[in-house]
Design a protein around this ligand. Sequence first.
Ligand code: SAM
Length: 216
Amino acid sequence: MEQSKSNQINWFSEYTNTAQKVEKTGQYQPLIEWYDQNYEIFEGGTYAAKKCCQFLHQHIGHSSNLAILDLGCGTGDQGRILSEMGVKGSFYGIDMSLGMLESAKSKGLYKELKQSILPEIPYPDNTFDIVISAGTLCTPGNAPPQSLLEMIRVTKSAGILCFSYRQHWFENEESGWKKIHEEMLETGLMKQLLFKVDNYSMERDISGLFFLCQKC
Ligand SMILES: C[S@@+](CC[C@H](N)C(=O)[O-])C[C@H]1O[C@@H](n2cnc3c(N)ncnc32)[C@H](O)[C@@H]1O
C-alpha cells in the first residue's frame, strides 16, 4: 500500500506517544494495536524488526529445523517476518507484557511464549540455534546489559545472535551496554559476523546498530 512520508511520520509520533504512555501507565493495549495496524499498513513490522530479520535471513538463508528464541517478542512480528521470508523453525518468545504475548499467540506461529523480564531467560543453557531481539535491547527503560550474557548462555555453541541497539544509548556510558558488549567480544564469548549502522525508526535522527554475532 502506498503511504506518504508525512503519514509515516504521523504514525511514528503516534507510536512515540503511546510508548511513553505505556512507560507511565503500564497499559499496553494501544501499543499492541499500533503494532498490528503498522504491520498491515507498512507491510511487515517496524524498521528495527525488518532489519534484524533481513540481517538474519541473509546469513541463514532457508535453513530449517531451527530453534529460534525471540526476546521481547512483542506482538510476534519477528515470527511473522521470518516465516514470510521462508525461515523454517520452531519459534519461542519471551516478553514482560502479557498483552503483547496474547497478541503474539494469536498469530499462531510460536511454539511457546513465556512471560519473563530480561535479563532472566527461563531456558536451560545451549538451547537455541538462534536468538533474535529487535527493538528491545539497549533502549532506555528496557532490558539491562546483563541480558547479553543470558542470551549467550541459552544459545548453542556456534549458534547465532541477531539484535538491534539504539546507538545513542549504546554510546552513553551510563547504559553499560557498550562495556558488556565489548567484553563479550574481547573474552571470546561471541564473535561479530555482521554489523551495520542504519535507521532505527521512521524518524531519521534515531540511529540503530544492527549486529549478527556467533557464540564461540
Ligand atoms: C519496541 S517493542 C519491540 C517488539 C518486537 N520485538 C518488534 O520488533 O516488533 C519492545 C518489546 O520488549 C518488551 N520488553 C521491554 N523490556 C523488557 C524486559 N526487560 N524483559 C522482557 N521484555 C521486555 C516490551 O514489552 C515490548 O514488547
